[in-house]
Design a protein around this ligand. Structure first.
Ligand code: CA
Ligand code: CA
Length: 235
């Protein structure tokens, strides 16, 4: 400030306070410090800030718009999948009823009935025969898995050794050796099923079931044919 004042004096024009340019002693122009360049810089900075804010707003707007589109698209896809599944379930239900009858389930090319009541093995066999089918005959892992996934407690199946102890036969007179698939429960002490246990029934255990009173339906047990259990028919 002091230097500038001196430069003013050197110019010999003390009234020239509004001038933007003055000359130093060597004749080169210098600018006054009170020149509005400070305001210009401030204005420029504010302008830059506003520009940045505008760009940020634009970016946020684009992001929000994209997120909105993405959410809408996902929501639409979800509704579409739910609708298709619902239609598929209705079609399956209609097919099951048409092909198998009310209360039966379709699996592969066969129909299965999971009883809600309990009967002894002989009465279960008779009931299934009345429906035009028979107690279920299991011939594959897939069939076993399907049955055990729908049977949440022990159920009679169409397997017995009533005629000859230890010779297990299906209700269609096929032997286990012929079907070649077994799912007997195996114990770690090697006292595996079928064990023909005689503590409850002196005639032993001559009928087979999925599971027993305490173990899951993914394995077979022999049991007294006099016991009342739920049962599975097939046709
Ligand atoms: Ca037996
Ligand atoms: Ca047993």
């Amino acid at each position: 400030m002091k230097m500038e004042y001196e430069l003013f004096e050197a110019s010999g024009d003390k009234t020239h306070h509004d001038s933007t340019d003055v000359s130093d002693r060597s004749g080169w122009p210098i600018r006054e410090k009170n020149h509005p360049s400070h305001k210009e810089a401030l204005t420029a900075a504010l302008g830059l800030l506003l520009l940045c804010a505008l760009v940020a707003l634009c970016v946020l707007g684009i992001l929000y718009h994209n997120k909105g589109v993405s959410y809408e698209a996902l929501s639409e896809q979800y509704s579409s999948v739910v609708e298709r599944l619902s239609v598929q379930e209705r079609i399956t239900d209609v097919c099951q009823r048409a092909l198998c009858g009310e209360g039966w389930r379709l699996f592969g090319v066969k129909c299965y009935y999971f009883s809600t009541d309990k009967l002894n093995w002989i009465m279960s066999r008779a009931y299934c025969a009345e429906t035009g089918g028979h107690l279920v005959i299991i011939t594959s892992r897939d069939e076993q898995d399907f049955l055990s996934s729908h049977a949440h407690e022990t159920h009679w199946i169409g397997l017995n050794d009533l005629e000859t102890e230890g010779k297990w036969m299906w209700v269609n007179n096929q032997t286990l050796t012929e079907t070649g698939v077994t799912f007997w429960y195996k114990r770690t002490d090697e006292q595996h099923e079928p064990d023909n246990w005689r503590q409850e029934d002196e005639s032993g255990e001559n009928c087979a079931a999925l599971g027993n009173e305490s173990l899951g339906t993914d394995v077979w047990f022999d049991a007294s044919c006099l016991k009342k259990k739920k049962y599975i028919c097939e046709k």
